[in-house]
Design a protein around this ligand. Structure first.
Ligand SMILES: [Zn+2]
Length: 214
């Protein structure tokens, strides 16, 4: 009975929230005496412990998550990028982080939010980030705001405003103003060209029966 109790306590301690299921796996083959009648419990005790404990889960408050985004933005300035950082979290747990890499990567779309969205989608294996929230060190530009909508993020938090960004030369505000104008009044000149040919892909899409909607 004592042996049963000892074994049970050992397994329980190693497999608990602070423990490590791997130790249980390592110790079991080393011949620690265990009652045979309890052997079937090994799987139920060890496997969930392995699954949940091998990757440390850190749950953060919204302030902590925003501080992380801010920390990324500050660090990124020191490393040659723009002063922007973003974090995507689900239930307080960081899924992905991103920083502005426009100049180092020669990529005008490498904004912190877009980078974080791309990474989060890859990590979660889905284009739909419902259930996640984004923490960004600055109010997003229209491109990133669009990406946030497309990713179906539940909520957005931001530190600096677009006016703060405009003051240091990142004038996203003008793009927001452009969006309010009629196409013909925008700074970017645009015209409709070959619409009767372009419509083919839309017709194909409409007729497709096995399409994945997003
Ligand atoms: Zn952006």
């Amino acid at each position: 009975m004592c042996l049963y109790l000892e074994y049970w306590l050992l397994v329980s301690q190693l497999a608990d929230g602070a423990g490590n299921g791997l130790l249980v796996l390592l110790l079991l083959p080393m011949g620690i005496k265990r009652p045979k009648s309890f052997a079937f419990l090994n799987f139920f005790i060890t496997f969930p412990a392995l699954k949940t404990n091998l990757t440390t889960r850190i749950i953060m408050t919204k302030e902590e998550l925003m501080r992380k985004a801010i920390e990324l933005s500050v660090q990124n300035v020191a490393e040659g990028g723009g002063p922007f950082g973003a974090v995507i979290a689900r239930n307080g747990e960081i899924i992905a982080m991103g920083v502005n890499r426009v100049t180092p990567d020669c990529d005008p779309t490498a904004h912190a939010e877009v980078s974080a969205i791309r990474t989060a989608a890859k990590i979660l294996g889905t284009f739909d980030l419902s259930g996640c929230e984004i923490y960004t060190s600055c109010e997003p530009c229209p491109m990133c705001l669009g990406a946030i909508y497309w990713a179906h993020l539940d909520r957005m938090y931001y530190g600096n405003s677009k006016k703060d960004a405009a003051k240091i030369g990142f004038d996203d505000a003008f793009i927001y103003e452009e969006l309010d104008l009629k196409p013909e009044d925008r700074r970017l000149k645009s015209e409709v060209l070959l619409p009767e040919e372009a419509i083919k892909a839309f017709q194909d899409w409409e007729n497709k029966t096995d399409k994945v909607e997003y």
